[in-house]
Design a protein around this ligand. Structure first.
Ligand code: MSP
Length: 539
């Protein structure tokens, strides 16, 4: 039996800019964090899962102005679109976030100002004049040398427009942190995953292959040309640069600046705290954020996990192509479990991925409907019809290590999502289910019945039902609705899900929790319908 751990696990999504409409890229990060949060709860961890919206900065200010409304009113209105994806609203993605931070909340402003004050008091902020390039779309400063030229126009390396800004600004002494950051990366080789991204971050801070002193420039961290931001403590003319404000959200939710609070201690000081981000915002999380925290004298997160980007039917998602897919459309068409499953199954975390309807339909039908769904439906209806709807007797050694159950026990041994490889964890589930389907065909319980081998038939059906129980337990983080339905059909009760694990804990994969012969089961119903292309696509 697995030992229950007392470890604390804190996982965060980036906070989303409210001016954009939610799309599949946003849904992806949020679902990945939810799968991990659910997984860790089921594994006995004390979990905190945070998401939220990034509501300050010039980009949002401009969008509010374009809409002709006050930025506060604008953000109140549009942040709802992101809240509705999660547990703080309609919960379209069926996720289990424990909090939702908006950077316009008082608790957050307090946290951001306290972080600033600590950094300033430690002597790392000075007032100076800034002259340089700024991209509103990226909310990022660029050096002349980083810019690219297109049709005679200077652009950011990301292709975004840049403008020349000159203003009085507070500066953070980032240049002084080069060696300390490099030492930190060296001492914590797992700080950034995947490894390629870790190397990329290190190389950026070193200034290339050869160490270049001064590769990191001091960072302008306040603006005076607009006022939509957190006021700089003691100097209301300035608002904070949106990234120092935004990154602080991870602390806000733990109760910071109350560093004596239980939740700060538990989830910031004494947790496996992990930020999951897209590759485009890795530099902010793996370079600026640790430097800010070191300068403030605060502990650093344990890990930054960077994922790739999704394209749609082979094309980059873009406003001009109008090809962004809203999570709601996907869920309405395919179902929430199916959407979660596809996004987690399709790409090895860290790689870029491509969304195509054909691939989605193929996964739904081959993995969920034909494989897992069919196995459950066939087995449970055979038990219903041929065993009076009661869990049949098992062979004395069934729950031990022989035959199908022995095989499945091996597949699920140390079941884990190592290195955020959701695809590999799912592969294990599919391997188990495929083997069970093969066994069903080989052992042919209905043939045994015809031959009058009722006892043998019962043994086979028991092994299959117990395999399905284990498959459903491991499926819970990925497709929570269907997994629960299957478990209810195997005799579990609502109360078995309403607990600190958020479901049937992984420790119950063990043989001592195996199905009990004689327990009567409710009538089965299919959980993973086939996606019928002709019917759906024609409508
Ligand atoms: N507000 C900042 C984050 C601040 S965190 C302290 C921000 N917001 S964002 O809304 O522009 O992006 C949020 C996340 O969505 C990023 O991690 C980004 O990588 C991700 N994605 C945006 N488009 C994406 C795809 N096409 N595919 C996958 N993820 C994508 O940046």
């Amino acid at each position: 039996m697995q030992v229950i751990k007392s470890m604390n696990f804190y996982i965060t999504t980036p906070i989303y800019y409210v001016n954009d409409s939610p799309h599949i890229g946003h849904a992806y990060t949020t679902i990945a964090c939810d799968v991990m949060a659910r997984f860790k709860r089921l594994d006995g961890y004390d979990v905190k899962f945070l998401t939220g919206t990034d509501e300050h900065g010039q980009k949002v200010d401009k969008a509010a102005k374009a809409a002709g409304i006050d930025p506060q009113e604008f953000t109140d209105e549009v942040s709802v679109r992101f809240r509705n994806l999660v547990n703080s609203g309609e919960n379209l993605l069926n996720v289990t976030n424990d909090d939702f931070v908006r950077t316009t909340e008082e608790r957050h402003k307090k946290a951001a100002q306290e972080l600033w004050t600590r950094i300033k008091d430690n002597g790392h902020i000075r007032l100076d004049n800034y002259g340089g390039w700024y991209s509103v779309r990226d909310e990022a400063y660029y050096q002349e040398a980083e810019l690219i030229e297109k049709n005679g126009q200077k652009l950011a390396p990301t292709g975004a427009e840049v403008e020349w800004v000159e203003e009085e600004s507070y500066f953070f002494d980032l240049s002084k942190w080069q060696q300390k950051l490099l030492d930190f990366y060296e001492a914590n080789p797992d700080f950034v995953t995947p490894k390629t991204r870790y190397n990329e971050v290190k190389s950026f801070v070193r200034g290339g292959k050869e160490f270049t002193e001064g590769a990191l420039k001091d960072l302008s961290i306040s603006r005076t040309t607009f006022d939509w931001g957190v006021p700089v403590p003691g100097d209301d003319k300035h608002v904070m640069y949106v990234w120092i404000d935004a990154l602080t959200n991870y602390l806000t939710s733990t109760g910071f600046p109350d560093t004596d609070s239980d939740s700060y201690k538990k989830y910031w000081e004494d947790a496996d705290n992990i930020h999951v981000v897209g590759k485009d915002i890795l530099r902010f999380h793996a370079v600026y954020w640790p430097a800010f925290l070191m300068a403030a004298g605060l502990p650093l997160p344990k890990k930054i996990v960077a994922h790739g980007w999704w394209t749609i039917e082979g094309e980059k998602m873009s406003k001009s192509l109008g090809n962004a897919i809203a999570p709601k459309d996907l869920i309405d068409d395919f179902g929430v479990d199916q959407t979660r499953y596809f996004l987690m199954r399709e790409v090895p975390f860290g790689n870029d991925g491509n969304f195509s309807r054909d691939a989605m339909i193929d996964r739904i039908n081959s993995d969920l409907a034909n494989n897992i769904g069919n196995l459950a439906q066939r087995t449970l209806s055979m038990i219903q019809k041929n065993c009076d709807g009661v869990v049949p007797q098992c062979k004395a050694q069934s729950a031990e290590s022989s035959g199908l159950l022995g095989y499945i026990k091996d597949v699920f041994k140390d079941f884990d999502i190592a290195d955020f490889r959701f695809d590999l964890a799912i592969e294990k589930i599919i391997t188990a289910s495929s083997r069970a389907n093969e066994y069903l065909d080989e052992a042919a319980p209905l043939k045994l019945k015809k031959e009058g081998e009722m006892k043998e038939m019962g043994y086979v059906l028991y092994e299959l039902a117990e395999s399905i129980r284990q498959i459903a337990i491991t499926l819970q983080p990925f497709t929570p609705i269907a997994a629960k339905k299957i478990l209810l059909q195997l005799g579990y009760k609502e109360a078995d899900f309403d607990n600190k694990y958020g479901g049937v804990a992984f420790e119950q994969l063990a043989a001592e929790f195996a199905l009990k012969p004689g327990v009567s089961l409710p009538k089965p119903a299919g959980v993973f319908p086939r996606f019928e292309v002709a019917k759906k696509e024609a409508s």
